[in-house]
Ligand binder design. Structure first.
Ligand code: SF4
Length: 69
């Protein structure tokens, strides 16, 4: 499954980073970056789902059709 973030919606509140630190981080300009876009383990999928649930602007999506190996 592939994580997608709509950067036009993201307000860089950082909720997703605290919930999914293996998937998200901030760059040097305090802008969100996806450091691992493919969720390959149940733990990563859970982190992504938690981040999606808590994003205040619903900017995160998990694309289930883009499966990884
Ligand atoms: S929780 Fe949502 S708004 Fe906040 S940084 Fe993550 S994607 Fe952006």
């Amino acid at each position: 499954m592939k994580i997608e973030v709509d950067m036009n919606k993201c307000v860089c509140a950082g909720m997703c980073i605290s919930l999914a630190p293996t998937l998200f981080d901030l760059d040097g300009n305090a802008r969100l970056i996806v450091i691992k876009s493919e969720c390959t383990t149940p733990k990563e999928v859970k982190e992504a789902e938690d981040a999606i649930a808590c994003c205040p602007v619903e900017a995160i999506r998990l694309n289930e059709t883009a499966c990884s190996k």
